[in-house]
Design a protein around this ligand. Structure first.
Ligand SMILES: Cc1cc2nc3c(=O)[nH]c(=O)nc-3n(C[C@H](O)[C@H](O)[C@H](O)COP(=O)(O)OP(=O)(O)OC[C@H]3O[C@@H](n4cnc5c(N)ncnc54)[C@H](O)[C@@H]3O)c2cc1C
Length: 683
């Protein structure tokens, strides 16, 4: 390769130096200079729903990467520039005499749209673009091509396609050296000199103001729609190069308007933490060789998780998924007789699920995130659907939905539903930014087909705000799965709100941790404190309806009603691209068929959140759960539950069903067979 190659390496999805195929491609160009750039895109700060925990984790990961670059090449670091990539990058490559732009292939629909514009600009400037994927086991573009443009709607489809693509590539080591990020006529002798020279080269570049588009002037950063948790002025765009802080430094939480003291950093970001965690996991060959997802427990906290808790590191690419794949393979070999479990339930199988959703999203594009326009998503007449404008942006402020569903959604988000299992999980999510997979199952099924009949889009938006590992493919994909909108069809399987958690943890440790107001209840009532006699409540120091809310709905009644609705929706067989859906006639059509009252039945909203709810679990200002406008009516009596002894096994069944499907078993057939992709849909 030409000695004169000058490479701008644009970090986006893979915040690491180990096993980065794109970085390797950049080094293979044998560049005379390499500029490791991060473009701090206002799209994420102003338009996306990123909460404080995800930002915190990202900033930690960026700092760790920068440090890692400096320890590999003492006169280099991560060069963080602030502005819109489509505007800023062309300026950088002009001023830094760049010949090649090397990028990690961003699989998301937003990333692909943005990269198309960048490629066009690069072509005009005669800058060669090299894009290499390293974020998944297999390249979603290639898988989709091999699947003739169709989405991968099952594990077996994915496995069939990749069986012809060879083994997952083996990981490559981190580079031992990196070229310097110096200008052509540089006189620099130190990192400080280099940064000053680069800063001078960008003089005169206007900083991002957002003028003329949706930006700082028009967006309410404190609205819950945008992560909510901003209480300070956003200053990170005041300059392009980060001044008055260190030149090209990583922004701080304060500079994006967030208060660092409000986060609980249980899950720390960065490549070194990720590699250490992976090494510790793989040291335990038995754990890896016997890993069976359905047997892991959602009742354990993030401090002591029963699964790997590697998802945040995979999300930001602090950990290479290929390294995880191969290290797990190696660990299994060390266990007596090798692996005891297989896909989809083993660790490698989990990674295949991740690829399955990425490849499905690649085929569907932007519509994968929503119901309307999404060809694989079954249509249900959910309450509170999200509305999109013609540019695909969420319509804000939202048209008001029915008062009961609005109040239920707000209580759900804050962890104040009156169901301890749901509340503990939602508070854990809000506080720590993570939740065990089976916990996600519980809360997603509860919000949608189980109890609330609220659109999965709204639940996915809450996850988008709070999850550290939020992923544009896995999040909507799993929400569709859990709401039986796509991927999974067995809507008659539900999670008992007390029976399911009790199967994993009879003592309710997670509830005691995240709902401390319930901590003194005896085990017998920990998941159903509303069934505890008054004297037990008094002894526990927590009166239901005063110190902890009454359940916001009747579990059994809603379950029965929703099951009926699901049946009718499945029979109608409408999808996001059906004519009736696109013309807005589907809801009336379905309502006529099931005849249920809309809005939902009233419930007792009196005596909502009590005084013992800890401060961090309370609604931020302006976001309080309100009883105003919500129906009063009910008598406040505790809801009676019957345990049908069936619900609690569902998560396990789902995985078993997957496996049986793989083996072609006829057992546990779905109520209505879901066809893959586009076939058999009413258009
Ligand atoms: C409603 C819902 C929403 C979800 N949203 C996300 C999301 O935004 N981002 C995300 O990474 N995962 C999401 N998941 C999948 C899964 O819950 C998390 O990946 C997992 O809990 C992460 O914990 P872990 O790293 O300990 O997982 P482990 O069980 O240790 O699995 C290892 C890795 O495999 C991958 N993986 C495992 N299960 C899945 C799955 N079902 N789908 C996709 N990848 C999987 C993850 O990358 C995970 O880190 C969602 C699941 C549900 C039910």
């Amino acid at each position: 390769m030409s000695k004169s190659a000058r490479v701008l390496y644009w970090f986006r999805t893979d915040l690491r130096l180990h096993d980065s195929p794109a970085l390797q491609a950049a080094l293979d160009l044998k560049p005379a200079a390499l500029f490791p750039v991060w473009c701090w895109d206002p799209n994420y700060v102003y338009k996306h729903r990123v909460g404080i925990n995800r930002f915190r984790f990202l900033l930690e990961s960026m700092n760790a990467l920068s440090k890692n670059i400096t320890s590999t090449q003492s006169n280099s670091q991560l060069l963080v520039v602030r502005g819109e990539p489509t505007e800023l990058l062309p300026e950088l490559w002009k001023r830094w005499n760049i010949t090649h732009l090397v990028i990690e292939k961003d699989p998301s629909a937003y990333g692909r749209r943005r990269d198309k514009l960048i490629r066009e600009a690069a072509k005009k400037s005669k800058v060669e673009v090299v894009a290499v994927q390293g974020h998944h086991l297999y390249d979603p573009e290639e898988v989709t091509k091999r699947n003739k443009g169709k989405p991968t709607m099952s594990m077996s489809t994915l496995q069939k396609i990749v069986s012809d693509m060879g083994d997952v590539p083996k990981p490559i080591d981190a580079p031992k050296d990196l070229p310097l990020p110096t200008l052509k006529d540089s006189k620099s002798k130190s990192l400080k000199d280099t940064l000053s020279e680069l800063a001078r080269s960008l003089e005169g570049l206007p900083h991002y103001t957002g003028k003329g588009r949706e930006g700082p002037e028009s967006v309410d950063l404190n609205s819950t729609e945008l992560g909510g948790q901003r209480d300070k002025k956003v200053t990170c765009y005041d300059t392009v190069n980060g001044e008055p802080s260190e030149l090209f430094s990583v922004p701080t939480l304060a500079s994006i308007g967030m208060d660092a003291s409000k986060v609980k950093d249980t899950i720390k970001g960065g490549e070194p933490v990720a590699l250490e965690k992976l090494a510790n996991i793989c040291k335990d060959a038995e754990y890896v060789a016997t890993f069976a997802k359905p047997k892991t427990s959602p009742g354990q906290s993030a401090e002591d998780p029963s699964t790997t808790l590697l998802s945040p590191y995979l999300k930001f690419g602090c950990l290479s998924v290929r390294k995880l794949w191969w290290d797990a393979e190696e660990a299994k070999k060390k266990y007596k007789g090798g692996s005891k479990t297989g896909p989809p339930e083993n660790l490698n199988g989990q990674l295949l699920f991740r690829d399955m959703y990425a490849c499905a999203e690649h085929a569907i594009g932007d519509a994968f995130q929503r119901v309307k326009g999404n060809e694989v998503c079954r249509y249900m007449d959910w309450y509170l659907p999200t509305h999109y404008d013609k540019n695909g942006e969420v319509v804000l402020p939202r048209p008001p939905g029915d008062a009961v569903s609005e109040a239920r959604l707000s209580a759900y988000k804050l962890g104040q539903t009156g169901f301890p299992w749901i509340d503990a999980l939602m508070r854990q999510l809000r506080l720590e930014g993570w939740m065990h997979h089976l916990g996600r199952h519980s809360v997603a099924a509860f919000l949608t087909r189980g109890q609330c009949w609220i659109s999965w889009e709204r639940g996915a938006e809450i996850f988008d705000e709070y999850l550290i590992d939020w992923d544009p493919c896995s999040n909507p994909g799993n929400w569709m799965w859990l709401s039986c909108s796509a991927f999974f069809t067995q809507y008659f399987r539900l999670y008992g709100l007390a029976t399911f958690p009790a199967k994993y943890d009879k003592t309710g440790a997670l509830v005691r941790k995240y709902c401390p107001e319930l901590a003194k209840f005896p085990d017998k009532y920990i998941y159903e404190p509303f069934n505890a006699p008054k004297d037990v409540q008094q002894k526990a120091g927590c009166i239901i309806g005063k110190d902890y809310p009454f359940p916001m709905l009747d579990e059994k009644a809603t379950k029965g009603e929703n099951m009926e609705r699901m049946k009718i929706c499945y029979q109608a067989n409408l999808h996001g691209t059906s004519k009736e859906v696109l013309e807005g006639k589907a809801d009336d059509m379905l309502k006529k068929q099931h005849g249920f009252k809309d809005p939902p039945k009233e419930f007792d909203w009196n005596n909502r959140p009590g005084s013992k709810i800890p401060d961090w679990a309370k609604a931020p200002k302006g976001e309080e759960h309100t009883t105003k406008g919500a129906p009063g009516g009910g008598n406040g009596a505790p809801v009676k539950h019957e345990d049908d002894g069936h619900d609690s096994d569902d998560a396990v069944y789902e995985q078993e069903d997957e496996q049986k499907e793989e083996r072609g078993s006829k057992k546990r057939k779905p109520a209505v067979k879901q066809e893959e992709g586009k076939s058999k849909k009413k258009k």
